[in-house]
Design a protein around this ligand. Structure first.
Ligand code: NAI
Length: 306
C-alpha cells in the first residue's frame, strides 16, 4: 500500500514492552521499519517479584523473526539512573532516539483507607517517576535533533476515578500533567507529547476482564494504532489524550466552562449560581495555562471600560 505509514530510520524506546500493550506497540512499529528498544525488567504485576530479561528477549526474538530490528533492555524505569541506562541502550545499539513510549506499569490496588507507603510509593515510582525520567533522558537528544514523539500511558482510573486505585490514579493523572508541560516546552523543537488511556486484556487486567473467550475483542492490537499514529512523524496533535479500547478511539479533553464573572464575587452568589458555573453548555479547551488565563481577559477589559 503506497500510503502506508512507516518509521524507517526511526528509533523507538518502548518501556514495559515484554508483554501486553507494550509488546503490541513494539511489534507494529517494528513491522513498519522502526528500530526498537524493548525495555522490560520482567517481574510480576505488583512489581515485587525478581525481574529478568526473559520477556523483553522474547519480544526481540519475535521482532527479529519477522525481519525487524530490536534490542532488549532490562533497566528499571523508576530511577534517573535506570532511565539513563535505557536511553544509553538505544544510543549504543542504534545511535539515536526518535520515539519514547512510556508504558511500563504495575498495580497495587487497595481502598484509600488501607493505603500504605508500601502500596503507594512503588506505583508512583514506576508510572509517574518512570515517565518523567525516561522522557528526560531522551529530552536533550530530541531537542538537539529538533524531533521527538513521546506517548505516555495514563488510565481512566486516574482521569475519571476508580475505586481502590488512589495510588495508581494519582500517578496516572500526574502523567497527564507531565505530558501537558512537555507539549508546551517541546513545541518549538518539534517534540510532540500525547497521552493514551487504554483498555485491553493483558495480564494486568485479565482478573477484571476474565480469561474466557468473550465476544468483545480486547486485544492490545486494537489499541496500538492510535499509539503508533501519535508516535509517527505525521502526527498532527500535541498535548492531547486519547482513549482506546477494542477498536473504539476517542479524544478525552480537559475543558473549562464559560462560568460566571462578578467583580465583587460573594460566597452567596457562588451558591446561587453554582449550576451556571458548572454548566457544560459553553466551554473552552485551553492548550496551556496561559490560554486558560486569557479566558478571563475579556471580562477584565469589559470591567475596565465601565
Ligand atoms: P503488563 O503487566 O502486561 O505490562 C506492563 C509491563 O511493564 C510488564 O511487562 C512489566 O514487567 C513492566 N514493568 C513494570 N515495572 C517496570 C519497571 N520498573 N521498569 C521497566 N518495566 C517495568 O500490563 P499492560 O496492561 O500491558 O499495561 C501497560 C500500560 O498500560 C501500564 O502503564 C498500565 O497501567 C496501562 N493501562 C493498561 C490498561 C489495560 O486495560 N490493560 C488500562 C489502563 C492503563
Amino acid at each position: 500500500m503506497s500510503d502506508e505509514l512507516r518509521y524507517d530510520g526511526k528509533v523507538a524506546v518502548i518501556t514495559g514492552a515484554g508483554g501486553g500493550l507494550g509488546r503490541s506497540h513494539a511489534l507494529l512499529l517494528a513491522s513498519r521499519g522502526a528500530k526498537i528498544v524493548v525495555n522490560d525488567l520482567g517481574g510480576s504485576v505488583d512489581g515485587s517479584a525478581d525481574g529478568s530479561l526473559g520477556p523483553a528477549g522474547k519480544v526481540v526474538a519475535e521482532i527479529k523473526e519477522a525481519g525487524g530490528e530490536a534490542v532488549a533492555d532490562g533497566h528499571s524505569v523508576s530511577t534517573p539512573e535506570g532511565a539513563a541506562g535505557i536511553i544509553r541502550t538505544a544510543i549504543d545499539a542504534f545511535g539515536r532516539v526518535d520515539i519514547v513510549i512510556n508504558n511500563a506499569g504495575i498495580l497495587r490496588d487497595k481502598s484509600f483507607r488501607n493505603l500504605t507507603p508500601e502500596l503507594y510509593d512503588p506505583v508512583i515510582e514506576v508510572h509517574l517517576n518512570g515517565s518523567v525520567w525516561v522522557a528526560q533522558a531522551a529530552w536533550e537528544l530530541m531537542r538537539e535533533q529538533k524531533y521527538g514523539r513521546i506517548v505516555h500511558t495514563s488510565s481512566a482510573a486516574g482521569i475519571f476515578g476508580n475505586f481502590g486505585q488512589a495510588n495508581y490514579g494519582a500517578a496516572k493523572m500526574g502523567i497527564v500533567g507531565l505530558s501537558n508541560v512537555l507539549a508546551v516546552e517541546g513545541a518549538k523543537y518539534n517534540i510532540k507529547s500525547n497521552v493514551l488511556a487504554p483498555g485491553a486484556k493483558t495480564r494486568m487486567t485479565e482478573d477484571l476482564m476474565g480469561t474466557g473467550g468473550g465476544t468483545i475483542d480486547m486485544d492490545p492490537s486494537l489499541v496500538t494504532p492510535i499509539v503508533a499514529y501519535l508516535a509517527h512523524e505525521s502526527c498532527s496533535v500535541n498535548g492531547e489524550i486519547y482513549s482506546a479500547a477494542s477498536g473504539r478511539i476517542s479524544r478525552v479533553f480537559i475543558g473549562v466552562t464559560k462560568g460566571i464573572y462578578e467583580k465583587d464575587l460573594t460566597l452567596e452568589s457562588v451558591r446561587d449560581r453554582i449550576e451556571e458555573i458548572r454548566s457544560e453548555e459553553t466551554y473552552s479547551v485551553p492548550k496551556s495555562a496561559t490560554e486558560e488565563m486569557a479566558l478571563i481577559v475579556p471580562h477584565l477589559k469589559a470591567q475596565a471600560k465601565k
